[in-house]
Design a protein around this ligand. Structure first.
Ligand SMILES: *[C@@H]1O[C@H](CO)[C@@H](O)[C@H](O)[C@H]1NC(C)=O
Ligand SMILES: *[C@@H]1O[C@H](CO)[C@@H](O)[C@H](O)[C@H]1NC(C)=O
Length: 252
C-alpha cells in the first residue's frame, strides 16, 4: 500500500493542528481536538483523528492511549503506528497540544472568580407613552453563573424586566445585559442587584436619575448656548459702540 506508507510518513513529519492534503488517491485530513470540562484541566482528553475522503480511518484517543483503526486496512496501519515512535509523541499530545497551550493562554485562575464590572445606563428616556429603559451591564466576570435583578425602592421588580442576555466574551470572561422598562416616578430609587460567586453578598448599584447622560448633554449644550449668546451680544455691543463712536467722530 504505497499511499498508506506515504501517509504514515506525512503524518509523522507534520504536526500542525489541522492538516489537509490532497493526493491522486483522495482527500486527506487530520483533526486534533482537546476535550475537557474540569476547570483544572485534569479531565483533558486529546483526540487525533485521521480522515480520508471524510472517512475517519484512524483515531488516537488519549484515554485509550493508542491508535484504533476503523477498517481492515486501517486496523493494520494502526497496529504499525502503535509500534512506532509516533505513539510516544501522541501519548505526550495531551500535555503538548492540550494542557500546556490551555494553561499558557492568559486566563483567569480557573479556580478563582473574577468580579464583574457593573455599569448602569439609560438606554431610552421616558417620553409620551413609552417608558424609560435602563440597562444594567456586567462585564468581564468569571465564571459565567450570575444573577442580575432590579429593585424599586428596595422591592424586587419582575414584570418590568424585558430581556437578559448572557454571553461569552470569547476570552474566558462573560458579560450580561439586563434591560428594565419602567415609568419613572419622582423620588423613587431604582437599583440593579448583581449576584455573583466573586462577591460575598449581593451587590446593589443605585441608578442616579437626577443626572442622566442626556440631561448632562443638554445642560452642557444649554451652557455653551448661553455663552455663545453672551459673546454675540458683547460683539454686537462693541460693534454698535464702535459704529456710534465712528459716527460721532466723523464730521458731516
Ligand atoms: C475516548 O475514549 C474514551 C474511553 O474509551 C471514551 O469514553 C470517549 O468517548 C472517547 N472520546 C471520543 C471523542 O471518542
Ligand atoms: C484548582 O482546584 C483543584 C481541585 O479543586 C486543585 O486540584 C488544583 O490544584 C487547583 N489549582 C490551582 C491553580 O489552585
Amino acid at each position: 500500500m504505497p499511499l498508506l506508507k506515504h501517509l504514515s510518513c506525512f503524518l509523522i513529519l507534520t504536526l500542525p493542528v489541522f492538516t489537509r492534503a490532497e493526493s491522486a488517491n483522495g482527500y486527506f485530513a487530520r483533526l486534533l481536538r482537546c476535550i475537557y470540562s474540569s476547570p483544572d484541566l485534569s479531565d483533558m482528553v486529546y483526540i487525533d483523528s485521521f480522515y480520508i475522503n471524510k472517512f475517519m480511518f484512524i483515531q488516537f484517543n488519549s484515554t485509550v492511549g493508542r491508535f484504533v483503526g476503523f477498517s481492515n486496512w486501517a486496523i493494520g496501519l494502526a497496529e504499525s503506528w502503535n509500534k512506532a515512535s509516533f505513539l510516544i509523541t501522541e501519548r505526550a499530545g495531551v500535555d503538548i497540544y492540550c494542557r500546556n497551550p490551555m494553561k499558557n493562554i492568559d486566563t483567569p485562575d480557573r479556580n478563582k472568580t473574577v468580579k464583574p464590572k457593573v455599569m448602569l445606563s439609560l438606554v431610552k428616556q421616558a417620553g409620551g407613552k413609552h417608558p424609560a429603559v435602563l440597562m444594567c451591564s456586567a462585564y468581564e466576570f468569571y465564571p459565567a453563573h450570575i444573577k442580575v435583578s432590579w429593585l424599586r425602592d428596595g422591592k424586587p421588580m419582575t414584570s418590568e424586566v424585558t430581556s437578559t442576555m448572557e454571553m461569552a466574551d470569547g476570552d474566558w470572561y462573560y458579560q450580561i445585559h439586563s434591560e428594565l422598562d419602567y415609568t419613572p416616578k419622582s423620588g423613587e430609587k431604582i437599583s440593579c442587584i448583581v449576584e455573583h460567586g466573586s462577591f460575598n453578598k449581593p451587590m446593589i448599584y443605585d441608578w442616579d436619575a437626577s443626572l442622566t447622560e442626556s440631561e448632562r448633554t443638554e445642560i452642557a449644550i444649554g451652557a455653551s448656548g448661553l455663552m455663545l449668546g453672551i459673546i454675540i451680544a458683547a460683539a454686537g455691543l462693541t460693534y454698535y459702540k464702535k459704529k456710534s463712536i465712528g459716527r460721532i467722530l466723523v464730521p458731516n
